[in-house]
Design a protein around this ligand. Sequence first.
Ligand code: SF4
Ligand code: SF4
Length: 442
Amino acid sequence: MTASVSWPGFDPIERPQPDKISTCIHCGLCLDKCPTYRTLGTEMDSPRGRIYLIKAVEEERLAMTPSFVEHMYLCLDCRACETACPSHVEFGDLMERARGQIERQIPRSRWERVLRRLVFAEFFPHPKRMEWLFKGLRLYERSGMRAFLHEHALLALLPKRLGEMEAMLPPLPPRSFTRSTAEVVKGQEPVTWRVGFFAGCVMNHLNADVHHASSRVLQRNGCDVWTAAQQVCCGALHMHAGEREQARELARRNIDAFEQQSADVIINNAAGCGAQLKTYGELLAEDPAYADRAHHFSARVQDIAEFLAQEPLRGPLGPVPKRVAYDDPCHLLHAQRVREQPRQLLQQIPELELAPFTDADFCCGAAGIYNLTQPEMSMRILERKIEHIQAAEPDVIATGNPGCMMQLRSGVQRAGLNIPVVHPIMLIDDAYQAGSLNSQTT
Ligand code: SF4
Ligand code: SF4
């Protein structure tokens, strides 16, 4: 961003709301739970300090200075402060509104504008373009070019950020999930639910295996699985980056898509997407054509762990003899308040042992695209996370968010460890496969 001037205070569009700001009683109970405060120890990089800054701009005692912008964007928007806060401050909403103000009012460099336009407007909202993008990446991988660059340490020749993004890319599945599944897949009898499945944008391509495992587990538990054909990106990245209008447009398109057929519940397996889908009601509250429909949509959204944990898993589940370190994704734990359900599900798997570790409820530093925009802070947070996980000596790390999976894989690799990182649903799917094998051999 242009960094030598200050800009005026907030404009009238979606200002951080004074009544929400004033719920902060300055007690400081959130400070120890804030990753940036714990790392830097500076008040302005704590939740309380950031609220103070937002309040000062709201009351026009402070302009939006470059330093204000920096403190807002160093926040991970992990919302750990919300869980810790006795006063129920809606910090995520305050932060996202403050960032919306920054994006509307503060000029970015030409390069940043081009990059943001490419990411937020030209690719993420367009499933066909995403399909082409990932086709290109698959070609890059299959042609041997990727292996060649890695073997000869040529990644260092790429621009730094691009090299970092490339290094985090997992091996790509041959096809996206939506291109390798039927629109409706029948569940095993007795069928009790018809679920709408949210496939997302990047995850649809990078983690098709996780989606297939999710679909199989849902089918085993009596669900017909409908993957709405017209669905698009949830808009979470847009929202965190202050692109609120684009996030609204994506919400409208998803609501339209999931109205094409009926579904009792809308299931997702990515914490960041789930948190965003659950806010559509609020996001479109002022839109007369969508307000009620958005509310109806959000009320049906559930994370896959939240949904499956309502009843014991249907058997037979076979053994998965592994020690599993389960790491809470922030947008599952803090934004959706889903903590026990993934653990409860994993504990139903025979011979699987949970390996608890310090600060499992602490951000891993992925935070959407934070690991790309704030790489230094992201790495400091990640290193501490990996140290805690390593101390628990797990065979596997499990976490329910694609960004966290990539971040933890990168941390494991940097630390020279050999611990696979998987989505918890993969372990449940493994247990079903082990259960089927057992029943065939007996
Ligand atoms: S959202 Fe996370 S990083 Fe931001 S202030 Fe709250 S706890 Fe700190
Ligand atoms: S955000 Fe909540 S926990 Fe943090 S200082 Fe304010 S009232 Fe206390």
